[in-house]
Write a protein that binds this ligand. Structure first.
Ligand code: HAM
Length: 437
């Protein structure tokens, strides 16, 4: 049997590949207005970066990473021998950890300097069970801002994300922006303890995962999709009652900047997110079309003031978010938004016989150099078949070259819609053409 692509991956064909290109273009154009410029980091990093950055108790790290060992170490691993941690690599499950590493490693932050604002787009890899809106290789567009803890950075980033969704055609009334704060190193430990106590008190009513989370990651129990857990956890202690004064003030300011920008949001005290690096602001954008409730987040992020220190860099505050391209596409399809189709060539060169092919080839090149998209017969078709092909490609005009035209020093230009014909001088053809098409 012919080999097929791996489960949970997709091929982006013609119009979709074009749409992904356009999607990134809209993103980077918009982000530039907010001072974010592109960055590219490797698609694989040392596994340790993700373990320390994302958190060793997270689902992403414990269950979802594609990890490889380099070279001959695989044989050792299979034989049960120890493999040094610096020869283990993982395909990036998300972009933040790699970007923060790159900013630290390349010394992009200057003491007292402006925050570093970067944006990225590319594939991420998570070994999840594939379903609608959940793939093993998927594309994210994301931004990160390092070196500023001001709440205006959070609000600016969130507003930019909402503007992007609108720019690609998702109406405001189909999206809900959920916001929350997770506190910081000062106030979160007390909240963690309170949640842990609550989970242990209700252990019998919760799923096994949540019981385990009491020790490893009690906040994640707030995010469990099991019905019983959702019910029990709705009565759990709320972060709002534990926040220290500075976290309270920070959160209030984020909200007031969102108000100032006229961006609507819903406060959700149970919003915790799946990655451990967050401090203070967290948020998610959910949609009401195209996907079921487990996959309805098209984007999300928050503040991570301890991540850079966690991976060995200087203590530097950070904020960012990422959105899922495939999920956006599902939403746009459900809304009936037209995907982009490749533009047809403006012109097709048809030759009466093979003697004109070299001339047609040269004229086609002149046209392309002048910015006119055109196509040429590469298969030695009959004139009739060349017209058929031009029609199939959707070309608006056909340039006909035969012995009579060559002798008269002209090209016959036929409009495919009206069948009108006109003659364009061969001399300076591309230049002449730009006046008529
Ligand atoms: P995340 O919420 O894990 O955050 O992913 C962001 C978005 O990626 C999700 O909202 C979703 O649209 C998309 N996504 C995630 N997993 C899949 C999947 N398996 N298949 C298809 N789409 C998926 C992050 O990744 C953080 N790095 C965001 C961030 C940046 N926080 C701070 N800076």
């Amino acid at each position: 049997m012919a080999i097929k692509r791996a489960e949970g991956t997709k091929d982006l064909l013609a119009s979709e590949a074009l749409f992904w290109t356009k999607f990134r273009q809209i993103a980077f154009d918009l982000f530039a207005r907010y001072g974010y410029s592109p960055i590219e980091t490797p698609v694989f990093e040392k596994t340790e970066l993700f373990v320390r950055g994302i958190g060793e108790a997270t689902d992403v790290v414990t269950k979802e990473m594609f990890t490889v060992v380099s070279g001959g170490n695989l044989a050792k691993l299979i034989a049960g021998e120890h493999v040094r941690s610096d020869s283990r690599f993982s395909l990036r499950p998300e972009g933040t950890a790699g970007v923060v590493r790159a900013i630290a490693q390349n010394g992009l932050l200057q003491e007292g300097g402006a925050p570093v604002k970067v944006a990225y787009a590319g594939p991420m890899f998570r070994a999840e069970r594939p379903q609608n809106g959940r793939q093993r290789q998927f594309n994210q567009v994301g931004i990160e801002c390092l070196g500023a803890d001001d709440p205006s950075i959070d609000a600016e980033g969130i507003v930019m994300l909402m503007r992007f969704f609108e720019a690609i055609g998702i109406p405001q009334d189909k999206m809900t922006l959920l916001v929350n704060t997770l506190g910081d190193a000062e106030c979160r430990p007390a909240y963690r303890d309170a949640l842990k106590g609550y989970i242990l008190d209700h252990a019998g009513e919760l799923c096994e995962d949540c019981q385990r989370r009491a020790e490893t990651n009690p906040l994640r129990a707030l995010d469990c999709k099991e019905e019983a857990c959702t019910r029990v956890m709705s009565g759990a202690p709320r972060i709002g009652d534990f926040l220290c004064d500075s976290c309270k003030a920070h959160y209030a300011q984020v909200k007031s900047y969102l108000d100032a920008a006229g961006v609507a949001y819903v406060e959700d005290p149970t919003l915790v997110r799946g990655l451990d690096y967050y401090t203070r602001t967290v948020f998610e954008v959910q949609v009401s079309v195209g996907m079921d409730n487990n996959q309805n987040a098209i984007g999300g992020g928050g503040r991570y003031d301890k991540l850079m220190a966690e991976i060995g860099g200087n203590d530097t505050p950070g904020f960012g978010w990422a959105l899922g391209y495939e999920r956006c596409k599902i939403v746009l399809e459900a809304l009936g938004t037209q995907m982009l189709e490749p533009e047809p060539p403006a012109l097709y060169f048809a030759c009466v016989d093979a003697d004109q092919r070299a001339l047609a080839f040269r004229l086609a090149q002149q046209c392309r150099d002048a910015g006119i998209a055109c196509e040429f017969d590469h298969q030695g078709r009959s004139l009739k078949a060349q017209f058929k092909q031009a029609d199939k490609l959707g070309c608006a005009q056909v340039a006909v070259l035969g012995p009579d035209e060559v002798a008269a020093g002209v090209v016959k230009l036929r409009d495919m819609a009206t069948h009108e014909e006109r003659e364009v001088p061969l001399e300076g053809f591309a230049e002449n053409l730009s006046h008529v098409i």
